[in-house]
Design a protein around this ligand. Structure first.
Ligand code: M6R
Length: 369
């Protein structure tokens, strides 16, 4: 059932190109427009939405953080993202014009379920992004967009995450399309890029041997830090979460701009720091900022592990280890940048003799509070 792989996690990492393609299947028409009639929320209702709130836990929360960048950019609707466990215990401001998006692989996470119940009680519409057909969260939501990752068995979420990202992009682009924002042309280009992205994920998977080698060489370390900016920030958090749950190492993700506000004090000789570098072609100011962050930490002794797109030469002098990913539009970069971090965590866990599919103290779905 593991299809020749040692662990479900390895199988699920390898299945990502297909999972991404399957999640797009049938949702883009021959004219390059999105068809999401399955949402059962009318275009008129979507035009009424004046606020979006994304709620989720763990890895799904990281997908939600990335969704915020995409939603606000393509729709200009204010979007908040919150841990479901925090959202439900405060007094969030919700009304019938708020669209709540609940993201969950299992569809059974108690905190996310409670958050959506609370939202519906306030009259808000809830859209679930879910991987499990007929589970509780989609059953209790007004609408659902299923991710088509197939069953995910390993406790550490991989292919579900990539498909959650795809679903979030689809929702953001669809809202943009329905509301006719000034990004109309860009939306068409991005839909085209998205329809080709599964091949890029496949290319990343073909070049992972050096990442595995690097992971094995770090098996005796205690700490790994992760830095990112913009959508690279949630990717850094996701890389750190994978490493915590699988390798049982101290791993922390930071927004690179926060370095000087504290975390840079942690940098010491030979400390591994993974840096997710945005495309130099998009918002080049983001790129330049992170290159100087890499210089700063390296000058203080960090061992820099740099994830940067092919052709980005500016990072080369400051990278102790360079992991190349294909060039993609900035907002879509998490789909390719996360994959090396999954492979890195899985290999480190193996090198440390840990149980990859069933990490200690964790369950696949958290149905208790
Ligand atoms: O089933 P859900 O997507 O609601 O689960 C949410 C989290 O429990 C889950 O993503 C968890 O953080 C994973 N073990 C991360 O790999």
């Amino acid at each position: 059932e593991k299809g020749g792989y040692d662990y479900f996690m390895l199988k699920e990492i390898a299945e990502q190109p297909k999972a991404v393609a399957d999640t797009l299947l049938g949702r883009i028409d021959a004219f390059g427009s999105l068809r999401l009639d399955e949402l059962r929320i009318s275009a008129a209702e979507l035009r009424e939405v004046d606020k979006i709130v994304v709620v989720a836990c763990g890895t799904a929360f990281h997908a939600g953080m990335i969704a915020k960048y995409a939603i606000e950019h393509w729709t200009r609707i204010p979007c908040e993202v919150e841990l479901a466990s925090e959202f439900r215990y405060r007094d969030p401001i919700l009304d019938p014009r708020t669209l709540v998006i609940a993201i969950s692989q299992s569809g059974e996470t108690m905190d996310t379920l409670m958050a959506l119940r609370h939202a519906r009680e306030q009259g808000s519409k809830v859209l679930a992004i879910c991987n499990t057909n007929g589970s509780t969260i989609p059953r209790e939501s007004d609408a659902v967009l299923y991710t088509h990752a197939g069953p995910e068995v390993a406790v550490a979420s991989t292919k579900a995450f990539l498909t959650q990202l795809v679903a979030c992009y689809l929702v953001a682009l669809y809202l943009g399309q329905a509301r006719g924002t000034k990004w109309g042309d860009e939306i068409h280009v991005v839909i085209r890029d998205l329809s080709q992205i599964s091949r890029e994920v496949e290319r990343v998977l073909e070049t992972m041997e050096p990442v595995r080698e690097l992971a094995r060489s770090l098996a005796a370390k205690n700490t790994v830090l992760f830095l990112g900016r913009h959508v690279g920030y949630p990717v850094a958090l996701e890389g750190a979460l994978k490493l915590k749950e699988l390798a049982y190492m101290h791993a922390e993700g930071f927004a690179a701009g926060e370095l000087k506000h504290g975390p840079i004090a942690l940098i010491e000789e030979d400390l591994p720091v993974v840096v997710v570098v945005p495309s130099p072609r998009g918002r080049s100011v983001l790129h330049d900022k992170i290159v100087s962050n890499i210089q700063e930490i390296r000058a203080r002794g960090a061992r820099t592990i740099v994830i940067a797109e092919e052709g980005d030469e500016a990072v080369v002098p400051y990278a102790d280890h360079l992991i190349r990913i294909p060039a993609t539009p900035t907002l879509l970069q998490p789909l390719v940048a996360t994959v090396p971090l999954q492979v890195f965590a899985c290999e480190l866990a193996t090198a440390r003799g840990n149980e990859v599919d069933q990490p200690r103290n964790l369950a696949k779905s958290v149905t208790v509070e």
